[in-house]
Design a protein. Sequence first.
Length: 593
Amino acid sequence: MKRTHTCGQLRETDIDTEVRLCGWVRSYRDHGGVVFIDLRDREGLTQVVFDLPAESDDAAAEMYKLARALRNEWVIAAGGRVRHRGADRINPKLPTGRIEVLGASLTLLNRSDTVPFEPDEFGNVAEETRLKYRYIDLRRPALAQALVLRHKVCKTMRDVLDAKGFLEIETPFLTKSTPEGARDFLVPSRMQQGEFYALPQSPQLFKQILMIGGLDKYFQIVRCFRDEDLRADRQPEFTQLDVEMAFVCEDDIIDMTTDVLRAVCALADRPFPDEVRRISYAEAMDAYGTDRPDMRYEMLLHDVGEIVADCEFKVFSGAVASGGLVKALAAPGGGAFTRKVIDGYTDFAIEYGAKGLAWCKLADGAFTGTPAKFLSQPVQAKLREVCGASDGDIIFFVADTPAKTNRVLGALRNKLGADMNLYDDRAFAWCWVTDWPLVEWNEDQQRWDSLHHPFTSPRPEDVEKLDSDPGSATARAYDIVCNGVELGGGSIRIHNSGVQQKMFSLLGISAEDAQDRFGFLLDALRFGAPPHGGIALGLDRIVMMLCGAASLREVIAFPKTQRGTCPLTDAPAAVDDKQLAELNLKIIAPPTS
RNA sequence: GGGGCCGUAGCUCAAUUGGUUAGAGCACCGGACUGUCGAUCCGGAGGUUGCGGGUUCGACUCCCGUCGGCCUCGCCA
């Protein structure tokens, strides 16, 4: 039964070799006197030919009969000699297209029912069907190749880090709920009834403990769990490359990460810059309106508050007067946008929370649009200059609270960039976002929230600001961003118990609460914790980007639907009463379905 | 929790203003064919139009509800 080659392997140099291939019938072409079988495995496709046998040869006749009976997705082993196809029979679409195997033996290993869909590159099968029959979908070359790439990415990450002296160390999946950040997945404990483990949102605290334990230079390719609503780029379980080092500062982590990413991009044949640009959080927000700027194109945001502060257009001047932010974005050539297109952008802005979207078209040296008549000539001139706009362009304005203005106009910039084809789809624009604020004020909860997480260190010179002016304290945090997608983030951690306690108290976590939830960390920090820091990279997103996929589901073997279900296994599902009884649990409100 | 799109044969889709027998391609079954390569040709079978209710002489089509999928805002690093 053993195969000698894969279906993607044979070339002209293999001509006259006796081979044996195993795989799935992707298609069959029965010409009566000759039968072609396209045999597929995860490596590729090879054509096997069966010629009409001599009448006297019963064994060959039997084999030929079987060859004619083969159907799609049946599993076979076929042996024979490799031969050239002949100059006029070459299939340039296949890497193996210059050769074929002349079938001399054929074993039917298994039949297949008629498949619900053909696992080929044509067609467009409903996602749910693909997930339900994932074993068929996985035969699709694109999906198989994404998983091959994923494997190679993981291997490269391990090789690079191993060469740098890192240790891969596993951390628990059954751990403690720390209700910071995302919602936890909970696991009831049988032995400690009424108590729950939580699946880790990340191994954050364990890797810090490893540093304190002296196992500096740790990494792990690890599953993380977050019970939040799904998106195309968000699954409830996802994989991180998690790294932590002791005795380091920001540049050490950034350099290490850059080396990893450079190797990963090289393996996928993707460009990676010699030097990754760095941009501060403040600059990113100012010019791009987001903390994950898409640098594939310019078209920057401009703060025009000062220019319009005293203008007659109350939407602008009113926003400035009440401490808001007025920003503008000039779209080159946007003067040609129809009313319908502009209305579309207005709806888009409203989706993101804007009250509306003001715009002015520039033509013949003048502004048109709602705000135009309230903007004096000098104001119009300044807007032109600041936005770098000229006749034929359109300027969009958003006037709101600083956070909302940035959110809306930043999102609009992304949409315009895509709609107007402002960048090459194959471009990769990397940047590090640095100098993050340590905390931000949460208006709803009336408290400070950490931007990164509560274990991120402030800059040493900013520690005292935790008391005086927390909002102005800068964190030793950094995010790696590519094409407007956050691919990872990390920080230098707090390694001083007192500072950590101060941080908790700033975040409104009482001393008792802190001790209850993070006591083990606070204890550990008192027993010789070295300075340390690290980063976590989103593996799924990196692979998704490298293969240009539109969804995480294209790079995960067994992903969940948007409602967190698995059509293959039908998870999640009800459990036996016996199982519940062992856990001393009772379902009090049965699902209303 | 909100907004949007979608659900018709195994798969991908079509079906006029609400109109009489719901069509096509692929897959499947039977047949033909000695160089195809998403083979071709001839024939066949295949449907509770997601589900439940309603309006109507008549519903794939309109209305209400419900289930499911995808995108997205909120949420989430």
